[in-house]
Design a binder for this molecule. Structure first.
Ligand code: 1HE
Length: 262
């Protein structure tokens, strides 16, 4: 049985970390299965949902496999995480991450490379690398720091602070608070919505925004103009703009339950 199971629900690929007896700790084999599932989703789906089986999302790096690794093996391991995670973060489809229970160490690094995070009330977040005598290796120094800020990340790593879901939401790591047991359904709802967007827009949203954010002001604005004109010229954009003008487009679902536009 693969350690990451794959299902296709219409246009949405559902990737489930399936090693609950070890709290979905990420072994080398599991990372390989995650990479295979991500590549399959890129071929078949328009959006992805990532979740964990059992009581927790993911307990991070499989520590049992890492007791006796050499320095070079450690580097290769970390670079392997980067390679797979990059195919999620800067791939072709957006990922919605459904969180519950422990989101710890590499589990938080994995959640951070998704594009939108939904969490249940029992979710908690920790970076116990300092306590374990190691360091983040799955891109967290870039991606977790980008989500919550360097100073909060240092606090978590230095003191072992465990964030509640409310704190994580306040810090920007969680976009939606779900009901108990409701994170997957909410992530599916959001993924289905995103799957209805123009695929080129989704690709650019997940690839260009992060690169623009990493670049300078002038480069960012220049890059943005190029992308804006590129998307406007596509037949799909013409069709969608025409649908809006003809009042055939889906209307905005505004928070008070009314609809507007279109
Ligand atoms: C594991 C792992 C793991 C559980 N590697 N085996 N991550 C951590 O430091 C977190 C370590 N795990 C925990 O603190 C707890 O397991 C949890 C708080 C996540 C969950 O607690 P609980 O009570 O539900 O489970 P448990 O009884 O602690 O664990 C159940 C089994 O899973 C047990 O194995 P068993 O054979 O005794 O049944 C645990 O040993 C096993 N298990 N977590 C290996 N992580 C790219 S660099 C990233 C760096 C990091 O991720 S550092 C943080 C690592």
């Amino acid at each position: 049985m693969p350690l990451v199971t794959y299902e296709l629900a219409d246009d949405v690929a559902v990737l489930t970390l399936s090693r609950p007896e070890k709290r979905n700790a990420m072994s080398d084999a599991m990372l390989g299965d995650l990479g295979d599932a991500v590549d399959r989703a890129a071929r078949e789906a328009k959006a992805g949902v990532l979740r964990g089986e059992g009581q927790h999302f993911c307990a991070g790096l499989d520590l049992a496999e890492h007791v006796d690794k050499s320095l070079m093996e450690g580097i290769a391991g970390s670079r392997g995480w980067h390679a797979v995670f990059n195919r999620i973060q800067r791939g072709t489809i957006p990922y919605f991450v459904a969180l519950h229970g422990a989101v710890v160490g590499g589990g938080l690094e994995l959640a951070a490379v998704g594009h939108v995070r939904v969490a249940e009330p029992n979710t908690y977040f920790a970076l116990p690398e300092g306590q374990r005598g190691i360091f983040v290796g799955g891109g967290g120094s870039v991606n977790v720091a980008r989500l919550i800020g360097v100073s909060r990340m240092m606090d978590m790593m230095l003191t072992g602070r465990v964030l509640s879901v409310e704190e994580a939401e306040r810090y920007g790591a969680v976009s939606y608070l779900a009901e108990p047991g409701g994170a997957f359904a909410k992530a599916m709802e959001l993924a289905r919505r995103a799957a209805g967007n123009a695929p080129l827009s989704n690709y650019l949203i997940i690839n260009a925004l992060q690169r623009i954010h990493d670049s300078g002001h002038d480069e960012g604005l220049f890059f943005e103009s190029m992308i804006a004109s590129l998307t406007q010229g596509t037949p799909e954009a013409h069709e969608r703009l025409r649908a809006f003008l003809d009042k055939k487009a889906a209307r905005l679902a505004i928070p008070n339950g009314e609809e507007a536009g279109g």
